[in-house]
Design a binder for this molecule. Structure first.
Ligand code: ZN
Ligand code: ZN
Length: 226
C-alpha cells in the first residue's frame, strides 16, 4: 500500500459518527454504535452454539483476536463474551468499526480478506478511528484541564495501556481537529461534562452556574458525573 495512514480522515469520521449517532456521554459504548449503524454484534458463545454459521478457522482466530469481523453476507462483529473485564473489548470492537466506517472492506477488499493480516496502514487508520471515537480529543482536553484527577482510562472505560497509547497520540490527532469539529464534540458532551448529582436529594442537573450547590435542596458539593 503506497500511502501513509489517513489520520485526518479517521479523526473526522470518528467525530461524524459521534455527531450522527448523538453520542454524548462516557464511556462510549461501541456495541451500541455498531447496532445503531446496522452491524450485527454477535457474542462468540452464540456463534459456537450454531455450528455451520461460521468459517472453519474462526475458533483458531478467536484465540488470537478477541474481536473479529465477518464481512459476508453482511457485516457481523463477533466478540469474545467470556472476558471477566468487558472494558478489554471496547477498543478492539471500535477498531473493527474503524475498518467498516473507513470503507476498508469496500476500497481494499484483498487487504481485508479473513486469512490476511491487514496492512499496517489500515491498522493504523482503524486504531486512530477507535481512539477518537472512545476518547475524542476535545473531551479529553476539557477533562484534563478542568478535572485532572478524573483524566484516567477508567472514565473512558479503557484499560491503562490503551489509555496511555491514546495520550501518546493526542497531539497528533489534535493537529487534525478543526474548530467546528471541536465545538461539535464539546456541545455533544456538554451536559455530561457539567453533569452533577446531589447526594442529599438525588437531583440530577447541569451545573452551568458552578455554584457548587444543589439547585433543588441547596445541599453543598453535589457529585460530578466525572
Ligand atoms: Zn484491524
Ligand atoms: Zn439536592
Amino acid at each position: 500500500m503506497a500511502f501513509a495512514p489517513r489520520i485526518d480522515r479517521a479523526v473526522r469520521y470518528a467525530c461524524s459518527v459521534c455527531a450522527d449517532l448523538q453520542i454524548s456521554r462516557l464511556p462510549v459504548d461501541p456495541f451500541h454504535v455498531g447496532e445503531l449503524a446496522g452491524i450485527t454484534m454477535m457474542p462468540y458463545s452464540t456463534v459456537l452454539a450454531n455450528p455451520g454459521w461460521f468459517p472453519d478457522d474462526l475458533p483458531g482466530q478467536m484465540q488470537m483476536n478477541p474481536v473479529l469481523t465477518l464481512s459476508y453476507p453482511s457485516f457481523c462483529i463477533v466478540y469474545r463474551d467470556d472476558f471477566a473485564d468487558p472494558d478489554r473489548l471496547r477498543f478492539p470492537v471500535s477498531h473493527e468499526l474503524g475498518h467498516i466506517f473507513m470503507n476498508h472492506y469496500r476500497d481494499f477488499p484483498d487487504q481485508m480478506e479473513e486469512e490476511r493480516v491487514p496492512s499496517p496502514v489500515l491498522e493504523a487508520e482503524a486504531d486512530a478511528f477507535a481512539r477518537n471515537l472512545l476518547a475524542p480529543v476535545p473531551v479529553v482536553d476539557v477533562i484534563r484541564f478542568n478535572r485532572p484527577k478524573q483524566a484516567r482510562g477508567t472514565v473512558f472505560g479503557l484499560p491503562r495501556s490503551t489509555w496511555v497509547s491514546r495520550l501518546d497520540a493526542l497531539s497528533l490527532d489534535r493537529s487534525y481537529m478543526d474548530e467546528d469539529m471541536a465545538n461539535t464534540l464539546i456541545w455533544l458532551f456538554h451536559d455530561y461534562l457539567l453533569g452533577r448529582r446531589c447526594a442529599a436529594c438525588g437531583h440530577v442537573f447541569t451545573d452551568e452556574a458552578q455554584e457548587d450547590r444543589c439547585p433543588a435542596c441547596g445541599a453543598a458539593g453535589p457529585d460530578w458525573n466525572l
